[in-house]
Write a protein that binds this ligand. Structure first.
Ligand SMILES: [Zn+2]
Length: 508
């Protein structure tokens, strides 16, 4: 009886006391409980439904509280999946981190934001093996939310990290001397044109790198003013994310753009300000998808996000090398001047997961290939695995009150007909055969669908290749070898070319 009362109280308190009003959200909270129970056998398939429904709750909710909780629960579901599969699908850890980051970005004042930072640090530490990154995030949590309810948990985790990684204690931050201060960022938006103005305390020293689809601005020896708020950019037309990273005593600011046709910059006085004018080209978006012309390669992670790290090797460095090699192989293997191949990043810089896909969508790309390295606590695990992302047409809520298994079966069938599956299988098995011919102990984990709905909705066939396990000693060693990377890159490129031929053959 008492138990029943407690259950009732919990239901009442979640719905009324905390004011969660969205019925999809309330139902999904129950589905989340169901997911964790023994009743659900296929955790991966069911979680994709749960995540999709949380995403519907997020999109449909008017209240910030509901939206924040929905994002939070998406993160929790991905985290549950990361922990329960035990197969080292590091992409679920990536999605956990991205979902929680999105919460901290969109709802920094939510009472769930410090919890989110905690789980980001937790995931980096336990599933990415990156204690340094985890520590940095815990420090961010403690600085931003000194009174948050996750403070004790964060301190406990910090203690554990320092105990197991005593070297990190010794890293005393060098006293950085800043010569300048960034006070404000302002924007002015026109048609195919925008201007960004940075206000400084003193005359700025800077470098600007035009990366064709993004601009990086390096502000030397510059500190951000404490009063600085990114909210300074509140122009609705300015739908670009400005990412600010610290690199020693420099600030690195990156802005993703459409194709840049003209870039001008100059410094003005009183107050000192750096003005950047960007003219963008938009027309090329209208290209019809009749044949494959544009390919976007996406090297996973970058900048402040190292990805998984084992034996000192970082996922972000491996993925960038492979992506660049794939691009040069593709230019060799494909007919000249008929294809455009883009990279979401060419350097070691941070890009949000969502922005990677937005970039491909904006380019009206025909294929999207994301490159990652797998990782697992089980260091014996090795081999290849490829995920496909279904181009999402609609994000309808799925009713799970009926027979769960039947719905899962339906979803599986639907997924089969997708072009992404064909693309994934072609690339995966071509790569597998290339490696198998040249190396011993190459294992195959097959092609799978990933529950990506939320963060990633591509308009084109899209895949994510986990090229090897960075956590496995043998494969880690191989990932440091240029010939192994070349073979991987060749295998992926050959697979892409094969798929293009298949697609053209089917259309004619
Ligand atoms: Zn990754």
């Amino acid at each position: 009886m008492i138990k029943k009362y407690i259950v009732l109280i919990i239901i009442f308190s979640t719905t009324f006391l905390y004011g969660y009003t969205n019925p999809i959200l309330i139902k999904s909270l129950n589905d989340y409980k169901l997911l964790k129970s023994k009743k659900i056998k296929n955790k991966e398939a069911f979680s994709s439904i749960v995540i999709q429904n949380f995403y519907s709750a997020y999109s449909n909710s008017k209240s910030k509280k509901d939206k924040a909780l929905s994002l939070y629960m998406i993160g929790k579901t991905y985290l549950y999946l990361t922990e329960s599969l035990k197969n080292g699908y590091e992409i679920y850890a990536d999605l956990t981190i991205s979902s929680f980051y999105r919460l901290t970005r969109e709802f920094p004042h939510s009472s769930l934001s410090d919890d989110a930072y905690y789980y980001i640090a937790y995931t980096y530490y336990f599933h990415k093996n990156t204690p340094k990154t985890a520590l940095r995030i815990i420090n961010t949590l403690l600085r931003k939310y000194p009174k948050g309810d996750y403070k004790i948990k964060a301190l406990t985790l910090k203690k554990e990290i320092l105990k197991k990684n005593p070297k990190l204690k010794k890293i005393v931050k060098p006293k950085l001397i800043y010569k300048n201060k960034l006070l404000k960022i302002r924007d002015f938006v026109g048609v195919n044109y925008f201007r960004i103005v940075f206000d400084f305390l003193k005359k700025p020293e800077y470098d600007i790198i035009n990366q064709e689809f993004s601009i990086s601005i390096i502000l030397k020896s510059t500190l951000i003013s404490k009063s600085f708020k990114i909210i300074n950019i509140n122009n609705k037309n300015f739908n670009k994310r400005i990412n600010i990273e610290k690199d020693k005593n420099n600030l690195i600011i990156s802005i993703n753009t459409d194709k840049i046709v003209n870039l001008k910059y100059f410094v003005l006085k009183n107050p000192y300000r750096l003005v950047i004018d960007v003219e963008e080209q938009k027309e090329f978006i209208l290209k019809p998808h009749e044949r494959i012309q544009t390919i976007v390669l996406d090297p996973g992670h970058g900048g402040k996000d190292p990805g998984a790290m084992y034996y000192g090797l970082k996922e972000k460095d491996v993925t960038l090398k492979i992506a660049k090699m794939v691009r040069s192989y593709l230019y060799k293997l494909l007919p000249k001047n008929k294809f455009q191949i883009y990279l979401t990043r060419q350097t070691d810089r941070f890009i949000e997961l969502e922005d990677r896909v937005k970039y491909a969508n904006r380019l009206n790309s025909d294929l999207f290939v994301s490159i990652h390295c797998n990782a697992s606590k089980n260091k014996n695990l090795k081999g290849l695995q490829t995920f496909y992302l279904n181009p999402s047409r609609d994000r309808v809520q799925i009713d799970t009150s009926n027979d769960v298994q039947a719905i899962i079966d339906d979803l599986m069938k639907m997924a089969r007909v997708s072009e992404s599956v064909k693309f994934a299988e072609t690339v995966h098995y071509t790569l597998f055969n290339v490696l198998k011919k040249r190396y011993k102990y190459i294992e195959d984990h097959g092609v799978k669908k990933a529950p990506f709905y939320v963060l990633v909705s591509t308009k084109m066939p899209a895949i994510l290749v986990e090229v090897s396990f960075i956590s496995n000693p043998l494969e880690n060693k191989r990932l440091r070898n240029i010939y192994y990377l070349k073979n991987i890159s060749y295998g992926i490129s050959k697979g892409i070319v094969k798929y293009i031929k298949h697609a053209e053959f089917t259309k004619n």
